[in-house]
Write a protein that binds this ligand. Structure first.
Ligand SMILES: *[C@@H]1O[C@H](CO)[C@@H](O)[C@H](O)[C@H]1NC(C)=O
Ligand SMILES: *[C@@H]1O[C@H](CO)[C@@H](O)[C@H](O)[C@H]1NC(C)=O
Length: 588
């Protein structure tokens, strides 16, 4: 009996020890990962990055509790390529997420009817973490393609890139997504119309069979008229859906279309609910949640609660709503007791869009002291974005790191975190951020960063290993139009082109030193900068070396960026594509 008790006690002691060690090991080695990415948010829009009039208290407290990265650089100044680099840790030229076509709108996946997308042989941080036992989800914007050959092949669906769960927009928010449709009438008509079509088909078949078997005697013309009438109905229905809203502003849960078209204001509320419930469902396992906000892309579909809340009109209201959503997600982390065991990262895919106007009002974000914005390749305002990392107890609170870091660093950082190795068959351009974040090293591993516009190299940043200087060399810059403007207001979609007659090639190149002149306002020359020649030479050498590491890959956005109606997702029977499957009430 005694022996029995002994062994029981020993066993339970062991169990306890195991439990303690186990739970101690968990936070350090397998924390949850919450990545929050804003869309088109300018670095000057956040309180903790210097904005005094826009209120972003939740993001500000994330700054206070975590590390602020002040020189956090995106690989491109447009959504699709920047996001592909974020997911894979590789420059978009390596993955083919670029377009040689001069039209800048081809620099992104420009509808759900195109067949391009992130190549399936690329590896994302989600795929790596999934392999290491994480539950992974993408909630929000994807914008890396959807179909290849058929309407429903979903060959570029997030699930093929390591995400177990997807809820959100396979495309992106854009102008056509508002006015918010209350499609109840259309939904009702669609159902009736489809019934109508079925009746027509049955009638035509019956009459044809009847006629052929001489059971009915009606003229062929009559049958043809019915067929034509059917076509007319279908065609007029189809035409009413020419608006991109019906085809591209849709929401999906996993493979199912839940709203077509979506209700833009409500979408973010459902996303919030989805994200919170994912956190709750997975509080016992390590998880990766990529919360990819629709905020603060135009057309700024703000809920009533936030309309008029800010001092900065529509745009400011939308930023404040975004901050509120971020706060809710952070609350969910707190309330589930996951705060110390979760790495939280916040960023924006690129800088604010300077050319966006509503009437005469600029509604496109503020890039602080930095020149340029979204779609302007090398200029700092398009690529320098807010970066915040919080991991209580492991990373110091309130620290500021001014060294160059990149959105591409997230992939190698997470890979190292779970003890995985980076793929050896390809170049990874990001670097593990942990040593810098923890303070084990003081100097960034990014000696050079290359600033591309599509496949064209526009500028290079050099942070020499033995100095604090950050040199920036521009080979090509966009020509701002109209003259005197701070962006390409005259260009198509207000996005600067990458090549052609609307860019300036600089020979000799423009040189700036960012730690002295962060606004890139006074180009240096051999006359006022003794190291001008040395810097230009050194950077040129680096560019040559970098270019040798590039291999030609199929360009996803050049040829494939054509809109095909047969690739457009359809909820229903094409072309009767309408649905609204969200039944709950969604309020803030
Ligand atoms: C704060 O952000 C708004 C909206 O982008 C901008 O108009 C304003 O200039 C910014 N203010 C400061 C002080 O940075
Ligand atoms: C993926 O496939 C393409 C096309 O076959 C190829 O060019 C590219 O090198 C591959 N990428 C990787 C990372 O293997």
């Amino acid at each position: 009996m005694m022996e029995h008790w002994d062994s029981l006690i020993i066993l339970s002691l062991f169990g306890l020890l195991f439990k303690i060690c186990g739970s101690m090991a968990v936070p350090e080695s397998r924390p949850n990962v919450l990545l929050i990415m804003a869309d088109d948010l300018g670095i000057g829009d956040l309180g903790c990055f210097g904005n005094v009039t826009l209120r972003t208290p939740n993001i500000d407290s994330l700054c206070k509790e975590g590390i602020k990265l002040t020189q956090h650089i995106s690989a491109e100044s447009l959504c699709t390529p920047s996001r592909s680099a974020f997911l894979t840790g590789r420059y978009p030229v390596r993955t083919g997420m670029v377009s040689r076509n001069g039209i800048r709108s081809h620099g992104i996946i420009n509808s759900l009817g195109v067949s391009g997308g992130l190549p399936r042989n690329e590896t994302t941080f989600a795929a790596t973490l999934k392999k290491y036992g994480y539950r992974t989800a993408l909630i929000g914007k994807w914008h890396q393609g959807l179909n290849c050959k058929y309407r429903n092949d979903h060959c570029h669906h997030p699930k093929h890139y390591g995400f177990d769960y997807f809820y959100g927009m396979p495309f992106t928010l854009f102008y056509s997504c508002v006015p918010d449709p209350s499609c109840d009438t259309e939904l009702a008509i669609a159902k009736k119309l489809w019934l109508c079509m079925e009746l027509i088909i049955i009638a035509v078949l019956t009459l044809t069979v009847g006629k052929l078997t001489h059971l009915v005697s009606i003229p062929w013309l009559f049958i043809i008229c019915i067929i034509l009438f059917g076509f007319l109905l279908a065609f007029s229905w189809f035409c009413s859906f020419q608006n991109d809203m019906y085809w591209d502003c849709i929401l999906m849960r996993q493979h199912e279309i839940t709203e077509q078209p979506m209700k833009a204001e409500r979408a973010s509320l459902i996303m919030l609910k989805e994200a919170v419930s994912f956190i709750e469902r997975n509080q016992d396992k390590p998880f990766l949640l990529f919360y990819s906000l629709l905020h603060v892309h135009t057309p700024l579909p703000t809920t009533n609660e936030f309309v008029g809340s800010s001092k900065h009109s529509f745009y400011g209201d939308f930023v404040e709503e975004m901050d509120f959503l971020v706060g809710k997600i952070l609350d969910a982390i707190d309330e589930n007791g996951l705060k110390n065991n979760t790495i939280v990262y916040f960023t924006s895919d690129h800088g604010g869009h300077l050319e966006v106007m509503r009437g005469r009002l600029h509604i496109g974000g503020y890039n602080g002291i930095y020149k340029g914005g979204k779609g302007m390749a090398g200029w700092e305002g398009g690529i320098r974005v807010p970066g915040i990392v919080r991991w209580p107890g492991i990373l110091p609170a309130g620290k500021v790191i001014e060294e160059p870091t990149s959105l591409m660093d997230i992939y190698p950082t997470l890979t190292a975190l779970v003890g995985a190795t980076l793929p050896q068959d390809r170049v990874i351009d990001g670097r593990d951020l942990m040593p810098l974040l923890k303070g084990d090293v003081q100097h960034s591993e990014h000696e050079f960063l290359y600033h591309y516009c599509g496949p064209f190299l526009h500028a290079v940043r050099w942070h020499p290993r033995n100095s604090d200087a950050v040199w920036k060399v521009h080979y090509v810059t966009p020509i701002f139009q109209p003259t005197g403007a701070i962006g390409c207001h005259d260009a198509l979609y207000g996005i600067c082109p990458c090549e052609g007659e609307n860019v300036t090639h600089h020979d000799p190149p423009l040189l700036f030193e960012l730690s002295r002149d962060p606004s890139e306002s006074k180009p240096l020359s051999p006359d006022n900068e003794p190291s001008y020649d040395t810097v230009i030479k050194r950077v040129k050498k680096a560019v040559k070396k970098h270019q040798k590491t590039l291999t030609p890959v199929p360009e996803q956005l050049t040829l494939y960026n054509k809109d095909h109606i047969w690739l457009k997702p359809c909820c229903g029977v094409f072309p009767f594509c309408l649905c609204d499957k969200e039944t709950g009430k969604f309020t803030l």
